[in-house]
Design a protein around this ligand. Structure first.
Ligand SMILES: [Zn+2]
Length: 139
């Protein structure tokens, strides 16, 4: 044990830190995972479509009806992927409010939904660590 766990913890820490600074990172990665899932669905559909066409050809069956179902399934998945890609592109240009989750323009200072200040300037992150730092100086 050790090295692998260390790398994992470091990576996790980095992701957590990013997530706190800019909430949109977390959501974009979730959407990317969904795109990857849909792409593997797509692969499965194409594979099934291929098998179906093969079996129909081999047995001299008209495959039109069966393939139509696959075609509409595949089109459906393409539409979902396009939709997610649009969302990802939009989110990359947006600042997500950490109070209400509303999406705001990148240059917005205040949330258009709840009116709270958006913490998109890195300079403003008050750390709550001041108290314990100096306790060592006491007798
Ligand atoms: Zn808000």
């Amino acid at each position: 044990m050790g090295i692998f766990e260390n790398i994992f913890m470091k990576a996790k820490g980095a992701v957590d830190a990013l997530g706190e600074k800019a909430g949109q990172f977390v959501d974009v990665s979730k959407l990317n995972i969904r795109v990857a899932e849909l792409k593997s669905d797509l692969k499965n559909e194409f594979e099934s479509l291929g098998k179906t066409v093969y079996n129909c050809e081999k047995n001299h069956i008209d495959s039109a009806q069966e393939t139509n179902t696959f075609v509409s399934n595949i089109d459906n998945i393409y539409i979902q992927i396009e939709e997610l890609k649009k969302q990802i592109a939009e989110m990359k240009n947006k600042v997500i409010c950490k109070f209400c989750g509303g999406a705001n323009e990148n240059n917005a200072l205040y949330c258009g939904k709840c009116g709270k200040k958006l913490g998109n300037s890195a300079s403003e992150s008050p750390e709550e660590s001041g108290e314990d730092d100096f306790s060592d100086f006491e007798d």
